[in-house]
Design a protein around this ligand. Sequence first.
Ligand code: NAD
Length: 381
Amino acid sequence: MKIGTPKETYEGENRVAMTPASARDLQKLGHECVIETKAGLAAGFADADYEAAGVEVVKTAAALWKAADIVAKVRVPNETEMKRLRANQTLISFFSPVADEDKMQAAAKKGATVIAMEMIPRISRAQKMDALSSMANIAGYRAVIEAGNNFGRFFTGQITAAGKVPPAKVLVVGAGVAGLAAIGTSTSLGAITYAFDVRPEVAEQVESMGAEFVYLDFEEEQADGASSGGYASVSSPEFREAQLAKFRELAPEMDIVITTALIPNREAPELWTEDMVKAMKPGSVVVDLAAEKGGNCKLTVKDEKIVTDNGVTIIGYTDFPSRMATQASTLYATNIRHLLTDLTPEKDGVIDHDMDDDVIRGATIAHAKEVTFPPPPPKVQ
Ligand code: NAD
């Protein structure tokens, strides 16, 4: 099969879904690779690098979509790309079956197959294809770097000839994939790091990374807002109040707050209120990784950085992985290559779209003229 990657069309998107290294691996599976000219440039991969890896470079997006049997890209296709998608072609990209429902319906009607990277089941066997985790890991790391870039002090405490410097205090709210990456980055830079999550089972992980888990003064178990299948669910009003009371207590002390709290298929819970921002010291920074879903901080403006009247910087960027495009593209392209490895069991360039395979079935949202979302629950965890 011919696997093709176009240049991303979403404004400001620097990532690319195929790297020279992933293309080499795809060819070992018996596939041919084609890429649109300059598709990898913003991620640090030149056309010549692809050519050296045996990839055909075509001059236009139209030529790319025409040549490819399988189109691998990062962002959900725009309207022009949707027009280019054709019967019997397979598209692999981030594609939300809820937010992009119309496009999913249109693709199914055309007879195209769509594999949505968001929908890769989060089971052990599929971790190597879990692009959500790859990107969340980058976002968590980059959130700390971005915070540091906007914070006027060192993270680590120092005793210098010119005086004593206190360590920065960082609070990470939500200790999922992004939160844990932020905690690891923050502790490695030497900040005193605190973390909170409604899932008490993460306390051990948080502590093993050298951070302090924040416990609530709450009579029942901290598990009140916790888990359904490893994910958070909505907290009770009492639990939420206890959580907010604890955050109010911490706000004046924290130099940097990184919020990552999400509940699947819902708007982000509002956890860092206006009065907490007001209570923070001038020069403090909030990085809201939940900005895409409405934000955990009341004052977050999506895709912007604002500075409040009391001198607190609030960052609501939603493109953290794209800001580390080389790393993000390398991981994303590897996730896709692993998926294609499973789709090419004989390594002979022939795709076996096995709808009995939990991972392939789970991620396929359009196939054989049908919408195939939602999938049945996976048989194996
Ligand atoms: P997520 O992005 O959905 O949410 C981020 C974090 O926010 C979660 O830890 C959640 O508990 C927390 N949260 C929600 N409401 C909160 C609140 N009110 N206050 C504080 N924190 C709140 O999570 P994620 O990073 O996608 O991970 C979710 C789960 O999936 C975890 O258990 C993770 O270990 C698991 N996971 C499994 C696999 C796998 O097995 N392949 C891969 C990735 C993640």
